[in-house]
Design a protein around this ligand. Structure first.
Ligand code: 13P
Ligand code: 13P
Ligand code: MG
Ligand code: MG
Length: 365
């Protein structure tokens, strides 16, 4: 059976500030998707949140970029925004950049990660969701999962993975894409994905079986809207086991927290902290950035789960390290490298300040 797994997400209002989602908004979204399931459009769904972002996790048979599915997600977010407005939640409708749906939610604010595949005899999938960060945050974890034998021993000892994976990379500024193969192209690949503000891994494929392994949302709200509308707070779907890395290999990169862009006002570098779904409530300086992992077994398109993968005690040290890294970064206050370089800051008063002081700037001798 060909199945499509779609994760469509948006921030449609924060409770309190940008720290979490409100249960009434999630309930409203549940009603909308439950109706679509009864009507047969969806096989199954699960709604969850990471910080102030709500994720609609859906299975269906409409394929990628289906207008019906995208319209359902859009209408669901619009209905949720109405609830958020009544509660005067913070930034109600924040990620809905347009007033009217035009066939596809791409470029309209919500983030989208979708993949179509034949469900295997056993189909374990992990859905990663992050808050207070942006699309490039998945680059290093995906590289480690699918190209680094120090993370994924299966690349060395599993015959089904030994021929490596292909990485589809998007250039978010020039709107171009390229596919590079691991292991032979890894040095070229790293030239690009090591610059995650501009290049983001969109998808990964098994070269052995030409099967989709992972897909991310790479929309950049600031580029779409040309003004501050929050960081992108991306999602990522990864299939596990068999011809793909084991569940533990897919989770392993998050045990060593790295610095990503986002955090306060979308304008800072901070550690990506792996947390349980319950702990995805960024509070300190609106952060630090969070990542959660919902694990499911799919059974004829039905979601068996979720299991809250980062709730495991083995991620406690990573959380502690992330808190220490957060302290180290906060010590820089308004200075780089905690504050992002000027061109990457989501908010900046630089043009106004420069204009105000234009007369006082004089040429260097
Ligand atoms: P099991 O023997 O528990 O199936 O585990 C196999 C495996 O590959 C774990 O990484
Ligand atoms: P979100 O992108 O999660 O809405 O956060 C915005 C922000 O400014 C946090 O300080
Ligand atoms: Mg928000
Ligand atoms: Mg958010």
């Amino acid at each position: 059976m060909k199945l499509t797994l779609s994760v469509i997400k948006a921030d449609i209002g924060g409770f309190v500030g940008h720290s979490a989602s409100h249960p009434d908004v999630i309930n409203e979204a549940s009603e909308s998707l439950s109706k679509a399931k009864k009507e047969g459009l969806l096989i199954d769904y699960h709604i969850t949140s990471c910080g102030d972002d709500i994720q609609l996790i859906m299975t269906h048979q409409q394929g990628d970029e289906s207008e019906k599915i995208h319209r359902l997600a859009w209408d669901t977010f619009v209905a949720g925004t109405e609830v958020a407005k009544k509660l005067k939640l913070y930034g109600a409708g924040q990620d809905l950049l347009s007033d009217a749906f035009a066939g596809n939610v791409k470029g309209m604010g919500p983030g989208v990660a979708e993949m179509e595949f034949e469900e295997r005899k056993s189909e374990p999938v992990l859905i990663f969701m992050a808050d207070k960060t942006s699309a490039g945050a998945w680059n290093m974890p995906l590289y480690k999962m699918f190209a680094d034998p120090f993370n994924t021993i299966g690349l060395v000892i599993a015959p089904t993975m030994h021929s490596g994976f292909a990485f589809k990379v998007h250039d978010l500024k020039e709107h171009k894409k390229i596919t590079l193969n691991a292991p032979e192209d890894i040095y070229d690949l790293l030239v690009f994905i090591g610059a995650p503000t501009r290049f983001a891994i969109k998808a990964v494929f098994s070269r052995e079986a030409d099967e989709i392994a992972a897909v991310t949302s790479t929309e950049r709200l600031s580029l779409i809207a040309q003004r501050y509308v929050g960081k992108d707070d991306p999602v990522c779907i990864v299939r596990c086991q068999g011809i793909f890395p084991a569940v533990g290999e897919v989770l392993e990169p998050f045990a060593a927290p790295i610095l990503v862009e986002g955090w306060m006002r979308g304008s800072h570098m901070g550690p990506l902290m792996p947390v349980s779904l319950q702990e995805s409530t960024p509070a300190r300086f609106d952060g630090p950035p969070r990542v959660v992992a919902a694990g499911f077994q799919l059974a004829e398109g039905k979601f068996i789960g979720p299991r809250d993968m980062f709730a495991d005690v083995s991620f406690e040290l990573a959380r502690q390290q992330a808190n220490e890294m957060a302290d180290m970064m906060r010590r820089h206050g308004p200075f780089e490298p905690h504050r992002l370089p000027l061109e990457e800051m989501e908010y900046t008063t630089m043009p106004q300040v420069a204009e105000k002081l234009a007369d006082r700037f004089i040429a260097l001798d």
